[in-house]
Design a protein around this ligand. Structure first.
Ligand code: 3PG
Length: 404
């Protein structure tokens, strides 16, 4: 991977692809984590005398403009965080954008409007990529969380001009590679979420590489069902029972233990403060839903965690957003955070829900690394090649002189 280390950017226009797709509420940025992650790259470029041109997508506007999908509130937040005025241009290509960029002085920062207002972005259209490339001399990709998208501002553009990985991109790649490729063993993966069907590749890949997989959320019900257990009205995908059996076989063959709940918290509906009870997994009432793992399962998970040196976490164990179904997730998060703080564990987590759950447990700050990526984190866990990373690799298509 080519990085910006030692690169001469003085007086150059540097196009930075960031992921500024952040939660916005009432016209203001509600969580600035992704913006904060890209600040070191912006600051280093400014200090080195570059003209910084920031570009990002926001939401999924399908080519249409609307105030809800404008990046304008992000420009205000950037101005506040950088302590310098960030110019906002209300398009990302065209003569007015070119004029805006031409007016920049060294060290200035400009943010372009949502890339997805142009259909060429998601189509990885080379013509659109050329229009973007014409706005800069150097391209820096600092958006790991978009690296699974073969989109024009991520993939095609990197073939058109000198392309480098920014600091946040490198930090993600380094942390995630260390945890998955050369983990300190035993390594435990915690994979939760509602459906097995959305995580087959992830589970299959992990079954061959991990020492233990803790299955959580609705997915655990499908695993229990595949074991012949009646899960009542719980979320379950019976059609995937055979897939689950294959995954379990693969895990066994490579010495990976699959850890399932032994008891669960059940209720008749998923609602705030409903009446709940705890039962063994083989005693789930026919009209009940399993919504969290029970205390015996938590004890088991904590015991397993004590034997692990690395934990890799994507997806909650239960319906954590609704009280009291977050208890198992919060207990494991707290323990993983405490063991990490004590120097006994390397802990890496990613995905919007997971990070939210860790924050709710007050454990996120204790984790070794929290990825800002959702979809990209999952695809990376599944062992897939991410187009946005592959294109930056040494030996990828060299810059062409196609940008007239
Ligand atoms: C994300 O939020 O995971 C990234 O910004 C990618 O967004 P997308 O799923 O709309 O491509």
């Amino acid at each position: 991977i080519k990085t910006t280390d030692g690169l001469d950017v003085a007086g150059k226009r540097v196009l930075v692809r960031a992921d500024l797709n952040v939660p916005v509420e009432d016209g203001a940025v509600a969580d600035a984590t992704r913006i904060e992650r890209v600040l070191p790259t912006i600051e280093a470029l400014r200090k080195a005398g570059a003209k910084v041109v920031l570009m990002s997508h926001f939401g999924r506007p399908k080519g249409e403009r609307s105030p809800e999908t404008s990046l304008k509130p992000v420009a205000a937040k950037l101005t506040e965080l950088l302590g310098t005025d960030v110019l906002f241009l209300d398009d990302c290509i065209g003569p007015e954008v070119e004029a805006g960029i031409a007016s920049l002085k060294d060290g200035d920062v400009v943010l372009l409007e949502n890339l997805r207002y142009h259909a060429g972005e998601t189509k990885n259209d080379i013509g659109f990529a050329k229009q973007l490339a014409a706005l800069g001399d150097i391209y820096v990709d600092d958006a790991f969380s978009c690296a699974h998208r073969a989109h024009a501002s991520v993939e095609a553009i990197a073939r058109l001009m000198p392309a480098y990985a920014g600091m946040a991109m490198m930090a993600e790649i380094d942390a995630l590679s260390a945890a998955l490729e050369y983990p300190k063993r035993p390594v435990m993966a915690v994979v939760g979420g509602a459906k097995v069907s959305t995580k087959i590749e992830v589970l299959t890949n992990l079954a061959q590489r991990m020492d233990m997989i803790v299955v959580g959320g609705g997915m655990a019900n499908t695993f229990l069902f595949a074991d012949g257990i009646d899960v009542g009205k719980s979320l379950c995908e019976p059609d995937f029972a055979d897939t689950v059996k294959e995954i379990t076989e693969k895990a066994k063959a490579s010495g990976c233990e699959i850890v399932l709940p032994v008891d669960v918290v059940v209720a008749n509906s998923l609602a705030e403060d409903v009446e709940t009870s705890v039962c063994g997994v083989d005693e789930i009432p026919a009209d009940a839903l399993a919504l969290d793992q029970g205390p015996k399962s938590v004890d088991l998970l904590i015991e397993k965690l004590e034997g692990a040196h690395t934990v890799l976490w994507n997806g909650p164990l239960g319906a954590f957003e609704i009280a009291p179904f977050g208890a198992a997730t919060f207990a494991l998060a707290t323990e993983a955070g405490a063991r990490t703080k004590a120097g006994k564990l390397i802990s890496v987590a990613g995905g919007g829900d997971t990070v939210r759950a860790l924050n709710m447990a007050g454990a996120a700050d204790n984790f070794t690394y929290i990825s800002t990526a959702g979809g990209a984190f999952l695809e990376w866990l599944a062992g897939e090649q991410l187009p946005g990373v592959a294109v930056l690799a040494d030996g990828a298509t060299p810059p062409q002189s196609a940008v007239a």
